[in-house]
Design a protein around this ligand. Structure first.
Ligand SMILES: [Zn+2]
Length: 370
């Protein structure tokens, strides 16, 4: 049925194998990855994913477990310009909740982020299939539970995967079930499955940025209209695995997402600016996010593109949700250390983390009223 509908759409040309061949490949530990819309797909080992792709900064999406025909269609076709805004929301052109957001933003600092990032980078790596990666997940789960404890309305759950490292979802319930989500992956790689991979900028920085924003909203017992979620994804470096599973689940459950912001790398910014990327995102949401960056960081955003499967915003995008991507720098001047043992704690610029924390709180307060 799935295959027939795909053929009918003429949507995909994934490598031609019978389902039996594919099952044998999966059983042998191989994964099917795509590096572009037109790439028919390549079967690779987990080790090759990291060594031949991630460590060489070749972006890819692991499509092994993708079964939704619309999602596969989006992964295999460049969208027309008219399809770049898919949101059902009209995002406001004026930001009208600064009086509520500014006092919360004034409480942000880098004390927690410094301590949390030290722990995250002290794990030998956070590779999604290593025991360290699982241990880091357990630590993060307990830490976000502890941060959330000041507001009993907040729930913290794990979203489990076929590998041991779970994704983690923190929910601040609103008066509507419509969702406003910020997401950051917490796995890391140093260039192979066994390499030291502190993953300070990529993406311990985004994780602690979200933890600091969560601390402020939890302590304030912030009561949103829309439901707010903080996502901490597993397995991004393995081909967006955690976020793909979460957004596929939300799609099949019929959830409504009003706005999603991915933050992958928030702690290395020679420019001192915030970069809002333009590809595989919703154009209307992206314009709204730029307004929020300007308002709450006091600095106009820069812009860039980062390609197919660049980070977890692609998972939201491919599942038909309005996505945006906010990063610490344009590609050319971004951290030269990522995906290596040198992505270390002492390369982090704490003013960048604080800037992204301000943006995150500003975004969540504003978008909670969408
Ligand atoms: Zn990353």
């Amino acid at each position: 049925m799935q295959l027939l509908s795909l053929l009918a759409l003429g949507a995909v040309s994934l490598v031609s194998c019978t389902p039996l061949d594919n099952a044998a490949k999966v059983k042998a530990g191989l994964s099917l990855i795509k590096t572009s819309e037109t790439d028919p797909g390549t079967w690779v080992t987990d080790e090759d994913k990291i060594k031949k792709y991630v460590s060489k900064n070749i972006k890819f999406i692991d499509v092994t477990n993708v079964t939704d025909s619309e999602t596969l269609f989006r992964m295999s076709n460049v969208p027309a310009a008219s399809e770049m805004s898919i949101s059902r929301v009209t995002y406001p052109t004026t930001l009208s909740h600064t009086a509520e957001a500014n006092p919360l933003i004034a409480k942000l600092n880098t004390t927690g982020p410094k301590s949390w990032l030290k722990t995250l980078t002290d794990y030998f790596n956070r590779y999604y299939k290593s025991t360290y990666g699982t241990q880091a997940g357990t630590w993060l789960l307990n830490q976000v539970k502890s941060i959330s404890a000041s507001n009993p309305a907040i729930t913290v759950t794990t979203f489990t995967h076929s590998f041991n490292q779970p994704s983690i979802i923190v929910k601040i319930p609103g008066t509507t079930s419509n969702l406003v989500i910020v997401g950051a992956h917490y796995d890391s790689t140093g260039g192979s499955s066994t390499a030291r991979g502190p993953g300070a900028d990529d993406n311990g920085s985004g994780v602690v940025t979200q933890m600091e924003a969560l601390r402020i909203l939890a302590d304030a017992k912030f009561k949103p209209k829309n439901t707010i979620e903080f996502h901490f994804y597993a397995g991004e470096e393995g081909g967006l695995l955690g976020s793909q599973a979460v957004f596929a689940n939300y799609k099949s459950a019929g959830k409504t997402i009003l706005a999603f912001v991915c933050q992958d790398m928030t702690g290395y910014s020679p420019s001192g600016k915030v970069s809002v990327y333009n590809d595989y995102v919703d154009s209307s949401l992206t314009s709204y996010v730029r307004r929020i960056v300007s308002q709450y960081t006091g600095i106009a955003s820069t812009t860039d593109t980062c390609g197919y499967g660049c980070s977890d915003h692609a998972s939201a995008y491919n599942n038909g949700f309005p996505a945006s991507y906010v990063c610490d720098e344009v590609i050319r001047t971004s951290s030269p250390y990522i995906h290596s043992p040198n992505d270390a704690y002492n390369t982090i610029m704490w003013d960048a983390i604080l800037r992204h924390s301000k943006f995150t709180v500003g975004f969540l307060v504003e978008a909670s009223y969408l």
